[in-house]
Ligand binder design. Structure first.
Ligand code: SF4
Length: 411
């Protein structure tokens, strides 16, 4: 018998969301996301069969996030190759030989850049112009990414281990769910840890075992944040509880957040703190699973929570409470607006009408075909406020990042 699909009607054309089942295991980031706003998590992880066959709602990647992924991905690929070869340090001649077999540092960075750009091709949310811009800007930063990877490598502490399996080709690097095994002495990169009893998993960037000492390192490409310590505590808990990777139940002894130019040591929790953390996570996971399995996940609308939410155009709560307040403020750098497209005012400008058909704003576009027609009810994301002494009404300008979503009821 097939279970009935849980759908969420967003009101946006081609935006019918088929909600996904709760995950078997939760991670640090998924728990954090669903705690901020359960509806956002559910909309981001739902399927949209009327829009595309990809997973989740198409994201809107920024150059900064893509660049961070390139640095992180290239670093992971190299560390994994070095760990599998059992080298003593990333700064030895044998490490250089491993790097040569990968094609050199620049080739690894270029491969990772190409890998990050692949999903952009089929992303229905990105205009051709925006795709081209991101591709060009990311490729222009190859040298910078290479320098950053080199800096991280120059400071990474390694311990020689027995040589392991050969390096997987680019794009197939992530450890599959089935090949987890007891970890021996040495350094291990990209280690998936699982605590089945807690329904929790995570992927550790670098885990080093030396005698009775176990160091967990998480590489961070952004700025310092208190949440990084929380994440390392969760990894330590996972390591302590993972019977497959850690059958001898060695305890994590050192936790390190590694930034581009410095490291931060994080205190290792004691036994009672771990017990408290496990109990807290258990409660969070129960709550998260209930929300993720619900027909109507809770929304947490507020200016702070919704600012930058990538699925806010699909969220009824946002359009009822947050968007109207923002669009009425002349001090904001940008605003979102739901309105009906009224008659044309010029070649590239239209009147926007309120619910009673009154002109409420003049909309200026960069093109003559901005993706709507007269009479459409639309949600416009990321309009710039403008003023013009010759126009007595407020003005909203569409820029390259502005998105237009037509509502279902408009035809
Ligand atoms: S817009 Fe706000 S309330 Fe709606 S899903 Fe996003 S974060 Fe949640």
């Amino acid at each position: 018998m097939t279970a009935t699909a849980r759908t969420f009607e967003t009101g946006v054309a081609r935006g019918r969301a088929v909600l996904a089942d709760p995950p078997e295991h939760w991670s640090y980031s998924t728990l954090k996301d669903i705690a901020v706003c359960p509806l956002r998590y559910c909309l981001e992880h739902a399927n949209y069969p009327d829009l595309w066959s990809g997973y989740g709602y198409p994201s809107l990647p920024s150059l900064a996030s893509l660049f961070g992924n390139v640095v992180h991905g290239a670093l992971e690929a190299i560390l994994k190759a070095l760990a599998n070869a059992g080298v003593a340090s990333p700064r030895t001649a044998e490490a250089s030989e491993v790097l040569v077999t990968l094609g050199g540092l620049r080739a690894v960075v270029e491969d990772e850049t190409a890998r990050q750009l692949v999903p952009l091709e089929t992303n229905p949310r990105l205009s051709a112009d925006r795709k081209r811009r991101l591709q060009r800007q990311l490729r222009e930063r190859t040298h910078d990414a290479r320098a950053q990877v080199q800096t991280y490598l120059s400071r990474t502490r390694f311990v020689r281990g027995a040589p392991r399996a050969a390096v997987a080709p680019t794009g197939q690097r992530h450890t599959s769910k089935g090949d987890r095994r007891a970890l021996a002495a040495g350094s291990h990169a990209e280690v998936r840890l699982v605590a089945d009893s807690l329904r929790l998993h995570g992927r550790v960037d670098l885990l080093t075992i030396e005698d009775a000492r176990v160091e967990i390192v998480d590489f961070k490409t952004g700025a310092e944040s208190p949440s990084h310590a929380d994440q390392l505590h969760l990894y330590a808990l996972l390591w302590n509880a993972d019977d497959k990777s850690n059958p001898g139940h060695l305890r994590a002894t050192t936790l390190t957040a590694a930034y581009r130019d410095h490291e931060v040591s994080v205190d290792v929790p004691g036994r009672s703190e771990f017990a408290g953390l496990a109990a807290k996570l258990k409660a969070e996971i129960n709550h998260a699973s209930q929300e993720a399995g619900s027909d109507s996940p809770s929304a947490n609308p507020s200016a702070d929570t919704c600012n930058g939410c990538s699925v806010r155009h699909l969220c009824p709560a946002y359009w009822e409470s947050v968007a109207p307040a923002k669009s009425s403020s002349p001090d904001d750098d940008w605003f979102d607006l739901e309105a009906v497209i009224g008659e044309k005012n010029g070649q590239r400008s239209w009147w926007l009408l309120d619910g009673d058909g009154r002109q409420q704003m003049l909309l200026r576009a960069a093109t003559m075909e901005p993706g709507f027609k007269v009479g459409d009810r639309v949600r416009l994301l990321g309009l710039r406020p403008e003023s013009d002494p010759e126009v007595p009404s407020p003005i909203g300008s569409m820029v390259v990042t502005t998105e237009v979503f037509v509502l279902e009821s408009s035809t």
